[in-house]
Design a binder for this molecule. Structure first.
Ligand SMILES: [Mn+2]
Length: 304
């Protein structure tokens, strides 16, 4: 059913042809509950475009993505204006792909898409993966532009029957309602604030990593506003005093838990003068895909 909503890309991520690979990119251009600087519906095409020109070896020298490639399904364009129906379709897609043993890297859209992706992936892999969230925000509001939006996505996720253990990394913007909610969370969770990362990166990364030690599988959700606006200016809700991309790269390297899916959300191309945010989005796809292939042991990893 969800395939009816799929639009093939004019050129796949990284310029690869479709070959039934283990890592799958899909764009989810949903931003109709954005409250500010909307435009993340244009992120999948902006990220695809810049992906044609970036190198496909990881910044650490791992060239597995260049060798193995990535499949690009194109964009899943559900029902404009109907957020709940759209999320059902996204969930169905994520479930089916995860069930095939493939690893989705979804490109948003705004953060609203995460709960549906997570829900589908957890059904597909048959368990609730832990979740690592890179974000300036906690997204724990009960309502903002309705119950399903970019500002409520983690609240909805933690309302699941079996809420996942969760690690936030790079947080620096929250309301008193969200702080109250954060204190109520009764699953293992760690909040690593961006100021802690900036003051002592090794200690902060170790703390986040330790928070994932109890996990068997991991879902990665990257809201690019977690990075400082110097690196990611083109986002819906910019917040100063954010992390550097290298902090994420080092955190990713330190993770020993199996990454089963990821999303990269909140790139807003209309506000991305110079295109550095889309370039960061494309770079994140490559780094995460490299990590997944390395963990799957599918390819001989060569580095220098
Ligand atoms: Mn955010």
């Amino acid at each position: 059913m969800w395939r009816a909503y799929l639009r093939a890309p004019s050129e796949g991520f990284g310029g690869f042809d479709y070959r039934d690979r283990s890592v799958v990119v899909v764009g989810i251009p949903i931003d109709f509950t954005s409250s500010y600087r909307s435009g993340s519906r244009f992120a999948p095409s902006a990220i695809r475009e810049v992906s044609q020109s970036i190198e496909l070896c990881s910044v650490c020298g791992n060239c597995v993505v260049e060798e193995a490639g990535i499949d690009d399904l194109g964009d899943l364009v559900p029902v404009p204006g109907d957020v709940e129906r759209s999320l059902e379709i996204v969930e169905e897609m994520a479930m089916e792909i995860a069930r095939e043993g493939k690893r989705i890297i979804a490109i948003g859209g705004d953060h609203t898409v995460t709960q549906a992706l997570y829900s589908g992936v957890s059904k597909g892999v048959g368990e609730e993966p832990c979740i690592l969230v890179i974000d300036a925000h906690l997204d724990l509001r009960n309502e903002l532009v309705g119950r399903y939006s970019h500002a409520t996505c983690m609240r909805r996720l933690l309302e699941r029957a079996q809420p996942p253990a969760i690690v936030w990394f790079g947080v620096r913007a929250f309301s008193s309602e969200e702080l109250k909610e954060a204190r109520r969370i009764d699953v293992p969770h760690v909040v690593v604030k961006s100021i802690d990362v900036l003051r002592d990166p090794s200690d902060a990364i170790a703390r986040a990593s330790r928070g994932l030690e109890c996990c068997r599988k991991l879902y990665l959700s990257i809201d690019v506003d977690g990075f400082d606006p110097a690196f990611a200016p083109g986002v819906q809700t910019p917040e100063p005093v954010g992390i550097h991309p290298i902090h994420f790269v080092e955190l990713l390297q330190s993770i020993n838990v199996e990454v089963v899916a990821a999303d990269i959300v909140e790139v807003s191309p209309p506000y991305d003068r110079g295109g550095s945010t889309a370039a960061l989005g494309a770079r994140l796809v490559v780094e995460i895909a490299a990590k997944i292939y390395e963990q799957m042991g599918e390819m001989k990893v060569r580095g220098w």
